[in-house]
Design a protein around this ligand. Structure first.
Ligand code: FAD
Length: 516
């Protein structure tokens, strides 16, 4: 791993994660060596734990039963929250943690992946004036929180009231005479955060092994199966971290989870006349439940989410017809255009874990994560948010090394740039389309070079989408994409739009055959 100095930021020449490297790493475990930390689960939590452990100098292996980010981490709203809603419920510590981690992501570890998102809350008729004043006070408190954790105001300007005319400039189809404008963080893509964290962990020596399932776990290792060959191996480890999200109870029976379904629908941004801000719509005028309309950089807009208790935590969830109608109806309250089911070009859903406490009360683990040591002897970490993955990982590794009695360096990740990260000044100098810089950071130059070497790779994967074939090739050569679905559903998000998924899979299948 080479290191070059650029302005104030140290950038690394990141190693490529490939199927060959995965096989070599898997083979190397056959010797039966005992590693320091075995992480189960390749969502944001597991990837974060692997990075924290590896960057403290611990020998680390991560196993993921499918592709990286194939669980809940690819079905979020993609917001990097500043903790405003936790302030409202007086969970001050949770709010401070969120605001601190937002600042770390935006300013230090992933400035390329997280942008400032203007968010407009229109003054709708069903919101009483008293509640509007309360909302304004809440946003002002959120701004004080930003200042107290020292996130630069130029990134996240103070909230303010705006006129109907200004609201229309930001969101041409909003139905409002006035509104509140505030700012929060928005991820370019939740999957790209997971991939960046996992590749950074690999740069510090972690072995990242997708398509390896943990069959059972113990405090000193796990029995795992290579899903490509069916072969089983035991991995010996001084500590084991179960980071399998809502499925954590399958490996650690004492962890009893239920789940709430959060659904999103996708509409073309052009149907809303290309807004430059997100729209926040209170469901019933009380701010307890909100639906957000979130424009993305690829010409689509996500509208979500629902919050519905599900009976069964299965492998994949899908939005129901009721979810779709609820999201359309809530968004339409604030829009001059009436969106219908015909405008919906895609949809997705994820599960938020909840648990039941000793008094039988439901506890929402998506607000605050939970770390526990179960009967197996492994450590389980569940809940939390993409926003706070770094702090969650720090706490999990602190606990894991304490229990295992291993020496480890202090946590390093507060100032550790992820793959592709650079200062905003350096990012502004990169000669590549802005969309590529937002997704790949300094590595955008490699995508431009790929397309310059082979003009076919400069072409879009499907007509009407900005995603190029070079992005698919890069996914195979550097980001451990092993199937067409990995490329279409997670290295890019082409698969989220129903009408383009089949064609994109066809192109990906052909490129995959040539790129390996
Ligand atoms: P997952 O991403 O589910 O990862 C667990 C992984 O474990 C999976 O990949 C799974 O395949 C793997 N696995 C399971 N069993 C095994 C096994 N036996 N062996 C190997 N691997 C296994 N957070 C934010 O910060 N901002 C948001 O805007 C936001 N929006 C959200 C919207 C919705 C609808 C939802 C549901 C959540 C949202 N979140 C948001 C929260 C965030 O998405 C989750 O907290 C986070 O993605 C959970 O990550 P995880 O790694 O714990 O779980």
């Amino acid at each position: 791993m080479g290191i070059t100095e650029s302005r104030n930021i140290v950038s690394l020449h990141w190693p490529s994660l490939t199927a060959d490297r995965r096989q070599r790493d898997l083979d190397s475990l056959a010797s039966g060596e005992t590693i320091d930390v075995l992480v189960i689960g390749g969502g944001i939590t597991g990837a974060g734990v692997a990075l924290d452990a590896a960057s403290r100098g611990l020998s680390t292996v991560l196993v993921e039963q499918s592709d990286l980010a194939s669980g809940t981490s690819s079905y979020s709203s993609g917001l990097v929250h500043g903790g405003l809603r936790y302030l409202a419920s007086r969970q001050i510590n949770v709010a401070v943690e969120s605001a601190t981690e937002r600042g770390i992501l935006m300013e230090r570890t992933a400035p390329h992946l997280v942008r400032s998102l203007p968010m407009l809350m229109p003054d709708l008729a069903d919101i009483p004036a008293k509640r509007r004043r309360l909302a304004r006070l809440g946003f002002q408190a959120g701004d004080l929180l930003r200042a107290s954790v020292r996130t630069n105001k130029s990134l996240l300007p103070a909230p303010r009231r705006i006129s109907g005319a200004e609201a229309k400039l930001l969101f041409p189809t909003v139905r409002a005479d006035s509104g509140l404008l505030s700012f929060d963080g928005q991820l370019e893509d939740d999957c790209r955060l997971v991939i960046a964290v996992a590749r950074t962990a690999a740069a510090y020596g972690a072995k990242i092994l997708p398509r390896v399932t943990a069959r059972w776990i113990a405090g000193d290792g796990a029995q795992v199966r290579d899903e490509l060959t069916g072969l089983e191996t035991r991995i010996n480890a001084r500590s084991v971290v179960n980071a399998t999200g809502v499925w954590a109870g399958k490996l650690e029976p004492g962890v009893r989870l239920r789940a709430r379904r959060g659904s999103h629908i996708i509409v073309p941004t052009s149907t809303l006349r290309d807004p430059r801000a997100a729209l926040v719509v209170p469901v019933d005028g009380t701010f307890h439940e909100l639906v957000s309309v979130l424009p993305q950089s690829d010409g689509t807009t996500y509208i979500g989410t629902t919050d519905v208790l599900v009976d069964d935590i299965g492998a994949r969830v899908q939005p129901t017809a009721d979810d779709v109608d609820f999201l359309l109806a809530t968004a339409n309250k604030a829009l001059e255009v009436a969106l219908t089911r015909d405008d919906v070009v895609g949809q997705f859903a994820g599960l938020r874990p909840v648990t039941i406490d000793d008094e039988g009360v439901e506890v929402d683990l998506s607000r605050k994560h939970q770390i526990s040591i179960g009967d197996t002897g492994a450590l389980t970490i569940v809940g939390g948010k993409l926003t706070t993955y770094r702090k969650m990982a720090e706490e999990a590794v602190d606990k894991a090394v304490e229990i295992a009695g291993i020496w480890a360096a202090d946590c390093q990740t507060r100032a550790l740039p992820l793959v592709g990260a650079a200062s905003r000044d350096r990012l502004a100098e990169i000669k590549a389309p802005q969309r590529l810089i937002d997704r790949y950071g300094v590595e955008a130059e490699q995508l431009v070079a790929l397309a310059a070497d082979n003009k076919d790779l400069a072409a879009p994967v499907v007509a009407g989408s900005p995603v190029t074939r070079a992005e698919l090739v890069f996914g195979v050569q550097n980001e451990l994409a092993m199937t067409p679905e990995d490329l279409v559903d997670r290295r890019t998000r082409l698969g989220l739009v129903d009408g383009q998924r089949a064609e994109a899979l066809e192109v990906a299948t052909s490129l995959l055959a040539h790129a390996v």
